[in-house]
Design a protein. Structure first.
Ligand code: SAM
Length: 492
């Protein structure tokens, strides 16, 4: 019956019986997959976990499925995990289109979730909060849907908290982000555990599903949790993950491998890889595939422009950026043009105009960092430092944008911070009295100056001030530490 399900793939023909108006990020086939798994695969031998519930669409699909399953009982629960916060512009737009409301990045989305799942509320157990802090204490998991592994640290948490509760021969891990370019850590982790998993759904929209068929090796899980892979290993695992897929379902994962190569700054390999992928690309690309391809092309083009510029061929760099702008006028391409023009004799006015265009079109989360990041990318460290300082001066909000702080630290890493940095922190400390970001800037400055005791103390101060765990995880990873280790090391 189960293998029939994976062979007959009812999700292709038979959609999830939920209202078309339900707002969410799932494609039609994956929404139907979730429904059919809950309806025909789930036996009530473990729970269903909906990790990354967003506005409730995946929960609705699972709930509709269990309602159609004779195993539904009074204690049946679907466990929903999310921090219910707006993380990106896509969410801002979905909420505007779906509910007619204007929200901003950082706002709560919980009311929309509650509204959309109201009819199924008694079937759901909601775990609201940063998933970095989530703990699983609800026994075996039969279906684990993962749409929350948006960073390596979140991916580690999924493996750490949930994987020990999977049952051999029964449990499914359903990765909604598998056919995406941005999260190669998911492919690396699943491939590293490939001896224990069988690929049962190679692709339904962006999703792939795996069944646990053999005990998980605790040492392998530990390495995944610690994200302890060298670059070559990651690339090799990614290659094997691609080979595991049927040839007609490899395209996006091949592009994800190219993104991994970009992260590792292996741009020549990336270029050859892109030529190979293009040579066998499907004749008709779906909209998602076309976006994935454009993303990778953009990453490579932007690298090439900065590279040509660094070699002194500014005219060619300008020609390439103009070609990119003609294809798609992204804020980043405008920013690249502004930087090239600003550093060219006859370009001052045009540079100002290009910069204004970059800032006008930049999404809010990029607004403060776009120019500084671009200058840093071109190796113009002084210019980047000046831009970051100017942006920090200009901030009128009551909290410090985290990505601007990260950019400041990136500048410090390129140019060892002097006494100016202490003055700047003094000033920020007075302006943002209760902001943990200031403590964490102090911690990172101390770390760069090899004063580990001060780094620990400031990191601890940020945690004590209520700084978010998600943020601390990323910062402390650069010290090779976790928040728990910092707390332990600085407790009396
Ligand atoms: C792509 S959405 C999930 C889509 C959803 N499954 C659906 O059916 O439409 C990813 C979700 O991950 C959540 N998320 C991202 N980072 C998180 C974190 N650190 N803790 C908890 N949730 C997080 C976001 O709030 C978002 O709702």
């Amino acid at each position: 019956m189960t293998s029939d399900l994976f062979a007959s793939r009812p999700w292709i023909e038979s959609p999830a019986p939920i209202d078309d108006s339900v707002v969410g990020m799932l494609g039609q086939h994956e929404a139907a997959l979730f429904y059919h798994l809950a309806r025909s695969y789930w036996r009530g031998e473990g729970t269903i976990v909906d990790a990354g519930s967003f506005l409730g669409k995946s929960a609705r699909c699972f709930a509709a499925g269990v309602r159609a399953n004779p195993k539904l009982g009074p204690t049946t629960r679907i466990h929903c995990f999310d921090d219910f916060r707006c993380h990106d512009l896509l969410t801002v737009n979905l909420v505007r289109e779906g509910f007619g409301d204007e929200i901003a990045i950082g706002d709560s989305t919980q009311t929309y979730f509650d509204r959309q799942v109201a009819g199924d509320a008694e079937l759901l157990e909601v775990h609201a909060g940063d998933f970095h802090d989530a703990e699983w204490q609800n026994g075996p998991i039969e279906i684990l849907m993962v749409d929350i592994a948006k960073s390596p640290s979140l991916g580690s948490r999924v493996v750490e908290q949930f994987f020990p509760h999977l049952t051999v021969g029964r449990s499914l891990v359903v990765h909604q982000d598998y056919h995406h370019v941005w999260l190669p850590h998911i492919h690396v982790a699943m491939e590293y555990l490939a001896d224990s998993f069988e690929l049962v759904v190679p692709r339904a929209d962006d999703t792939a599903a795996f069944r646990l068929v053999a005990e998980l090796d605790p040492d392998r899980m530990r390495r995944i949790i610690a994200n302890d892979f060298i670059a070559d290993e990651r690339v090799e695992l990614m290659g094997r993950a691609i080979d595991r897929l049927p040839t007609d379902k490899r395209f996006v994962v091949q592009l994800a491998r190219l993104n991994l190569l970009a992260e590792l700054e292996r741009f020549d390999d990336m270029r050859h890889g892109l030529a190979d992928v293009r040579a066998v690309q499907p004749s008709q690309l779906s909209p998602n595939e076309a976006t994935a391809l454009r993303t990778i092309e953009d990453i490579l083009d932007m690298h090439d422009i900065a590279d040509v510029y660094a070699r002194g061929d500014h005219e060619r760099a300008l020609a390439v950026v103009d070609r990119v702008l003609a294809r798609e006028a992204t804020p980043r391409a405008h920013a690249f043009r502004a930087v090239i023009l600003a550093n060219r004799d006859a370009g001052a006015d045009a540079a100002v105009a290009a910069r204004a265009e970059a800032e006008r079109t930049a999404p809010p989360e990029l607004r403060h960092t776009l120019m500084g990041q671009t200058e840093l990318r071109f190796g113009l460290v002084d210019a980047a430092q000046a831009t970051v300082r100017q942006q920090l001066q200009a901030i009128s909000a009551d909290s410090l944008p985290a990505n601007l702080c990260d950019l400041l630290v990136a500048v410090w890493k390129r140019r060892p911070p002097t006494a100016d940095a202490d003055e700047l922190l003094e000033d920020l400390g007075q302006r943002f009295v209760t902001d943990a970001e200031v403590d964490w800037l102090r911690a990172r400055l101390a770390f760069l100056r090899e004063d580990a005791a001060a780094a620990f103390a400031h990191a601890r101060a940020g945690l004590d001030r209520g700084g978010e765990t998600r943020r601390a995880v990323d910062l402390l990873a650069s010290f090779q530490l976790t928040p728990a280790a910092v707390r332990a090391a600085t407790s009396n």
